[in-house]
Design a protein around this ligand. Structure first.
Ligand SMILES: Cc1cc2nc3c(=O)[nH]c(=O)nc-3n(C[C@H](O)[C@H](O)[C@H](O)COP(=O)(O)OP(=O)(O)OC[C@H]3O[C@@H](n4cnc5c(N)ncnc54)[C@H](O)[C@@H]3O)c2cc1C
Length: 452
């Protein structure tokens, strides 16, 4: 079978590209190794253990777009789209992403802004940069609804191969590509868009090697998830729902990630590892009295394998093969004294069952030092001490796709081979991944059937 365009990966980047291409008269095929949206149903979501072959939480129509569904429309974080398309164009594309989400029901979630000029000024004096964003936080249920609407629109406008993994990409001598799938099907196409996200990173790395494309640097973010008294940050959050702070230490840059006021700390299972994650109050039956966020510090490696090894060493060491998460009170970490669990007098009751331990024995020194320095500066900004009962969970992590070199059209040095979304290394967020898809889909839609 021969197509004009094949898209590998039906995460948000692939879906937004497909949405632009649908109806342009070109023959399009979408391939994803996961299932249809309505069939994605991981036992982990029901508190049971995951028995999925390719985990339904992460792969299938919607990709990781089924997670929290928090669309941050900003160039301050979430990727480097602005480096490709320019600052204004990147924001404009993210606005268009938002319009599309709303067209499929996303407007049920209100947009909020995290910018507050007074706070930016105060934070600067305490040593912080405030990263600002406009946010539409759909939550899992509304994300599912929006994505289902997009699927209904796309379903009969292109061909599909779901539960089909692309095993190998061959670069044809006279242009175009030949794909071999897990069902032994051979598919031919003029143009190829790779949108395989983080779940396809090892596979993508192998394809890059095979096709002669040079992979970029690999990045791992690691840090403690911090659970505070719910009102500890009130003086910062009186005008915004959440805040994102960046703190520069001597040898690190630490950024708050995924802040959940009234939220809970929950288990996150990724890469075969267990980490503490934050769940927003919108996703819970009852809101909690606490607030949580992770403090991420990036490290860079020359290969994906090295980055992966580091993640496994640090997180796997804490997990001890039984999905263990370690936790310590801030007061105990600061004094280096006996490690206490919570008791009747604790101001902060943990929302996740974890193993009370001495984090200095569990976590590389950098993450302890960065957390303590960050919290000290935060005390200056707040003008009050941080509660000694504050809980520090070890350790949250995020492994990025190394990406590959592409031009400003997301095209690799192989003609008509495009790489979008997180596997491009350019985006790390829903909004920017979707915007990259919209951008490339529109460009290829305009070029129509021309083989230029
Ligand atoms: C737990 C978690 C929560 C997150 N929450 C947020 C958030 O709230 N807000 C935010 O901005 N960002 C969030 N992110 C990041 C965000 O989800 C991603 O940046 C975004 O979804 C990337 O989209 P994508 O289309 O590039 O890739 P993905 O969504 O990962 O989609 C890739 C698709 O490719 C398919 N695939 C891979 N390899 C193959 C192959 N060989 N053959 C066929 N198919 C293949 C997969 O099945 C998958 O469906 C979160 C990430 C995680 C892990």
């Amino acid at each position: 079978m021969e197509y004009d365009i094949v898209i590998i990966g039906a995460g948000v980047s692939g879906i937004f590209a497909a949405h632009e291409l649908a109806g342009t008269g070109q023959s399009i095929l979408m391939i994803d190794k996961g299932k249809k949206l309505e069939e994605r149903n991981c036992p982990l979501d029901r508190g049971q253990s995951c028995g999925c072959d390719a985990c339904d939480k992460y792969v299938g129509f919607g990709g990781l777009g089924l997670s929290e569904g928090k669309y941050n429309y900003t160039n301050d974080f979430g990727g480097y789209l602005e480096r490709k398309v320019g600052y204004r164009r990147a924001l404009q594309l993210m606005d268009e992403v938002d319009h599309l989400l709303c067209r499929y029901g996303g407007s049920q979630a209100e947009v909020y802004y995290t910018g507050d000029p007074d706070l930016v000024e105060r934070a600067k004096k305490a040593g912080f940069d405030v990263l600002t964003t406009k946010t539409r936080h759909l939550g899992t249920e509304l994300s599912r609804h929006v994505l289902q609407g997009m699927y209904n629109y796309l379903e009969n406008r292109m061909d599909w191969r779901l539960e089909t993994e692309v095993l190998k990409i061959y670069n044809r001598k006279n242009g175009g590509f030949r794909l071999v799938t897990s069902h032994c099907e051979i598919i031919e196409t003029d143009k190829l868009i790779i949108a395989t996200g983080r779940s396809g990173k090892e596979w993508f790395s192998r394809q890059c090697h095979f096709l002669g494309l040079k992979p970029g640097e690999s990045r791992v973010d690691l840090g403690l998830r911090i659970e505070m008294r719910g009102n500890q940050l009130d003086s910062l959050l009186n005008r915004t729902f959440e805040i994102k702070l960046r703190f520069e230490g001597n040898d690190y840059s630490a950024t708050t990630y995924c802040m959940n006021p009234h939220g809970r700390v929950v288990f996150k299972h990724q890469e075969g590892l267990t980490m503490p994650d934050g769940q927003n109050y919108r996703e819970q039956k009852e809101s909690s009295k606490n607030l949580n966020f992770s403090l991420f510090i990036p490290s860079y490696f020359s290969s994906l394998e090295e980055a992966d090894r580091y993640l496994r060493e640090v997180v796997g060491g804490i997990n001890r093969g039984i999905g263990r998460i370690a936790v310590q009170r801030l007061g105990d970490l600061r004094t280096g004294s006996v490690v206490y669990g919570p008791d009747q007098t604790s101001a902060i009751v943990p929302t996740l069952e974890a193993d009370f331990a001495d984090l200095r024995r569990e976590v590389p020194e950098l993450y302890i030092r960065a957390t303590l320095e960050f919290l000290e500066a935060l005390e200056t900004l707040l003008g009050e001490p941080i509660d000694g009962d504050t809980l520090l969970y070890a350790i949250d992590g995020k492994l990025y796709s190394p990406g590959v070199e592409t031009n400003e059209r997301f095209e690799t040095c192989i003609r008509h081979l495009y790489v979008i979304g997180d596997c491009s290394g350019t985006t790390h967020s829903l909004s920017q991944a979707a915007a990259s898809g919209l951008y490339v889909g529109r460009a290829l839609g305009r070029s129509g059937n021309s083989r230029n």
